[in-house]
Design a protein around this ligand. Structure first.
Ligand code: HEC
Ligand code: HEC
Length: 444
């Protein structure tokens, strides 16, 4: 494994040499000599790449600051040690690696290597560095959502390191499947800056998805290891102290704990597909022609009534007219980790440490007919059933079809009525001035 070379050593060498030069007789000729010899030398070094350090995954400093605030700080040696442990597990942005455990066998290291690294292509025309070419400008080298373009984008590009994803076919608390993320890469997220990469070859889309999963697992591992260090170790104790000897009980035990933490996170991805949102068939499926249209209108009306009831509570955020102007105001989880919407001065220390200014989670204006998680009735059913993870949009409690009104929750039929209501909204008279541009064809 390559270690990042340190440009600072070279800088100080230059500085010392220059001082030595200037410290002697301050003859012009010598300085000129310096100019003529050192600058071409510098240029040469730069061209051969000697002064460029390999890129590294930056530690999640904001999260460490939060741990410091509520629990305890990590000492500088503990931080350096954590970084080294993470490199042992996952490699570097140029050379990814994976633990050998079967929990990780759903990811292909070969594919990750094609997605990682600097942008280049092989003689056979295979592209390397896919992530840096297509995604890092927004999502950042480490998947922190802080690429050079990120600050002016709303909503911000996603920080993958919390392991939370919004639009998926699995239960709210579960990871998305490979196919869920591939759908995002394929179609983008309408109404946001997340573009569609439909034109990329299939295998490149698959590699990018695996790389997102890799960054997410890496980020989550980092957080959990930092928590472990603070919770379980003595003050200043290193997570993996190799000085204690490779085969020493301390090192073996530490390795086992580190592997266990990483494997559990990987397993949550590997097994995501075991937790699908169950989508009952749409009641409309039993009807055709005029009967179907009559049933649809009946469901739209029932949906409107439900939408405005306290049980469904949709108006709290989306407003009575479903224009996204309800009274509830909040942040998404990525902001909530550092800011409190009720105290505007909260999180100042995080802003000083580089956090992006928090943006409110905007409940959708449902009259515009833009569905970020997909336009199919089943997609919207999933959104309403499980809410949208990482955002204030809650999941609903499902109750049996024949349960009395006194029992809290919605039936599957109720959800389908809400789906039809939501799908019909852009076509209502009141929506005319609200839509901008033609409606997407998929919607009706
Ligand atoms: C121009 C900026 C931009 C680029 C380039 C970009 N994204 Fe995104 N991406 C976003 C934004 C913004 C979001 C957040 C949207 C939201 O929260 O609704 C996002 C969200 C995502 C999500 C989260 C989806 C979910 O369900 O939560 C994934 C996965 C993702 N992007 C993958 C990629 C991949 C892979 C690439 C490169 C092939 C890429 N993005 C390139 C802006 C970008
Ligand atoms: C606590 C606030 C809140 C409540 C209650 C709420 N929503 Fe939402 N809803 C949101 C937010 C915020 C978003 C945007 C999430 C995002 O994309 O980041 C959203 C988005 C949506 C979307 C868009 C999905 C997509 O794919 O773009 C639909 C549809 C929706 N809500 C329907 C409903 C329905 C129906 C109810 C009632 C059962 C409801 N919401 C209750 C906050 C809420």
């Amino acid at each position: 494994m390559r270690k990042p070379s340190s440009p600072t050593l070279f800088d100080s060498f230059l500085e010392k040499s220059a001082n030595r030069l200037l410290g002697r007789r301050r003859e012009r000729s010598l300085i000129l000599l310096g100019v003529f010899i050192f600058f071409p030398f510098l240029l040469f070094l730069n061209m051969t790449g000697c002064s460029k350090a390999d890129p590294r995954f930056e530690l999640d400093e904001l999260y460490l600051l939060k741990l410091e605030k509520y629990l305890a700080p990590l000492s500088p040696p503990q931080k350096a040690n954590l970084e080294a442990v993470l490199i042992d597990l996952y490699g570097t942005p140029n050379e990814p690696t994976l633990p050998t455990s079967p929990s990780f066998d759903f990811l292909s290291l070969e594919d990750l290597k094609m997605a990682a690294g600097a942008v280049s292509s092989t003689e056979e025309g295979h592209s390397h560095g896919l992530y840096r070419q297509h995604c890092a400008d927004c999502h950042g080298l480490s998947g922190d959502g802080k690429g050079p373009r990120a600050l002016v984008i709303d909503p911000y590009p996603r920080d993958y390191r919390q392991g939370i994803f919004k639009f998926k076919s699995t239960l709210r608390d579960q990871k998305p499947t490979h196919d869920d993320l591939k759908r995002i890469v394929e179609f983008g997220i309408p109404g946001t800056a997340m573009p569609s990469f439909r034109l990329l070859p299939e295998n490149e889309k698959d590699r990018l998805v695996d790389y997102v999963i890799y960054l997410s697992i890496r980020g989550e591992t980092e957080r959990q290891l930092a928590e472990y260090i603070i919770d379980e170790l003595e003050e200043g104790e290193l997570l993996l102290d190799k000085a204690k000897g490779k085969g020493s009980p301390e090192v073996l035990e530490a390795k086992e704990i580190i592997d266990e933490i990483a494997e559990e996170i990987a397993l949550s991805w590997k097994e995501a597909a075991d937790y699908p949102i169950s989508v009952s068939p749409s009641p409309l499926k039993q009807f055709t022609g005029e009967e179907r249209e009559a049933k649809r209108l009946e469901m739209v009306l029932a949906g409107q009534t439900l939408f405005r009831t306290e049980t469904a509570n949709c108006t709290k955020c989306h407003g009575v007219m479903a224009m996204g102007n309800g009274e509830s105001q909040d942040y998404n989880d990525w902001e909530k980790a550092y800011f409190d919407i009720l105290s505007p001065d909260s999180g100042k220390e995080y802003l000083d440490a580089g956090a992006f200014p928090p943006r409110k989670a905007n409940p959708r204006n449902l009259r515009r007919g833009v569905f970020r998680g997909g336009y199919k009735p089943e997609d919207i059913y999933r959104r309403i059933h499980q809410g949208i993870a990482g955002t204030p949009m809650p999941s609903v409690i499902i109750k049996p079809e024949n349960a009395p009104d006194s029992i809290q929750g919605l039936t599957e039929y109720d959800i389908w009525c809400l789906v039809e209501y939501v799908r019909n909204l852009p076509y209502e008279e009141e929506s005319q001035g609200v839509r901008n541009g033609p409606l997407p064809p998929q919607i009706k």
